[in-house]
Design a protein around this ligand. Structure first.
Ligand SMILES: [Cu+2]
Length: 179
């Protein structure tokens, strides 16, 4: 078993931040501990924290909204999302869906991959402050997806990040962008 933090992704992000430092300075930072990579089991584990910061009224994952955080995973790896709601005020959920326009107003049936969502009965209602759930699915279809909050209106308000399933990438990465 080889479990290491997603260091490569963090180095890439650090370089990106350095390059962008002359411009805006308010961009959220990626924590290198969020992504754990098990190359033997081909498993990428992401700490997915709803409402980590007050950004966007708490409607963010890990402090990012509007697709500004991207988890990239090689095709056929297993993805584990360790979801926690850190928002003191609002319930949240998480579901992997196709990148769709317009943004879904609420839960989508089915998710892009079987079981790629927090506890199904509460996708719409969300999990309350301090609650957690673990999501595990196999990323067996290459493409561009999003992880969005299925509580009605939250996705529309920008509570979503990107998930890219790549047939060419060799290992998972977590990167940020300003748009
Ligand atoms: Cu939400």
């Amino acid at each position: 078993m080889t479990k290491v933090p997603g260091i490569l992704g963090c180095l890439l992000v650090a370089a990106t931040h350095a390059a962008a430092a002359q411009g805006s300075s308010t961009q959220a930072q990626i924590d290198c501990n969020w992504l754990t990579v098990d190359t033997t089991a081909k498993t990428a584990t992401l700490q997915l924290t709803a409402g980590l910061t007050q950004l966007n009224g708490g409607l963010n994952f890990n402090g990012f909204n509007d697709g500004k955080l991207t988890l990239t995973v090689p095709t056929n790896w297993t993805v584990v999302l360790r979801f926690a709601n850190h928002d003191a005020n609002l319930p949240h959920s998480a579901e992997v869906v196709d990148t769709a326009k317009p943004m879904p107003a609420g839960p989508v049936e089915p998710p892009a991959f079987p079981r790629a969502m927090t506890v199904q009965a509460r996708l719409l209602q969300g999990l309350g402050s301090g609650e957690t759930d673990s999501v595990r699915f196999v990323a067996n279809k290459a493409g561009s997806y999003m992880i969005f909050c299925a509580v009605p209106g939250h996705g529309l308000a920008g509570m979503w990040i990107r998930l890219k399933i790549s047939p060419t990438e060799k290992r998972p990465t977590l990167t940020s962008s300003s748009t």
